[in-house]
Design a protein around this ligand. Sequence first.
Ligand code: GRF
Length: 204
Amino acid sequence: MTSRSADLFGLAVLVSGNGSNLQAIIDACADGTLGAEVKVVISNRPDAYALTRAADAGVPTLVIEQGDQPRRVYDSELARAVATVGVDLVVLAGWDRLLSEAFVTHHTVVNLHPAKPGVFPGLGAIEKAFSGWLDGTVTSGGVMVHFVPDEGVDDGPVIETEEVPFEPDDTLETFTERVHATEHRVVVKAIDKVIALAARQPLR
Ligand code: GRF
């Protein structure tokens, strides 16, 4: 594992699934593109492949399942776990829960969403954009990373966004692949912007 410096920007990455965006973040930290360190990866799902990616990279992992806890109780537990590690920023990278104020009032949080700002919040954004393109109501797809100041769904001040144009022969599969490849770039650019912002002013 690369040696870590105490002044690196500390990240907690929250994941629920495959973790390809987590991988992009880990790689960008490792190759120096980001002056950051993933200090912890937290999953609400014990079988998330993202946990394997983190372990392979030597990043500490935590599995914190909601079980039958009420949402706000769970979110407080999560917030405490992140506070115990001590990070500058929480990145939601394929995290499949809506975080309540019991979490977002305690940490600076950013979320990655596979759609343009204000379009297709919630699940199925890629599929909805693609079917809109097929029926002529959508002209391009996109991805964005935004701050999560409250309980809004995929909504908040936009940090970085990029359009993903459709191509004439696109299938849902080829379009999805391009969206994901774009996300991997955009999430790293967005974190880099937040690091630059934090150097100028406290984040909270
Ligand atoms: C990404 O499309 C992300 O925008 C969405 O869930 C997907 C996670 O992919 N919220 P991965 O787990 O990072 O591969």
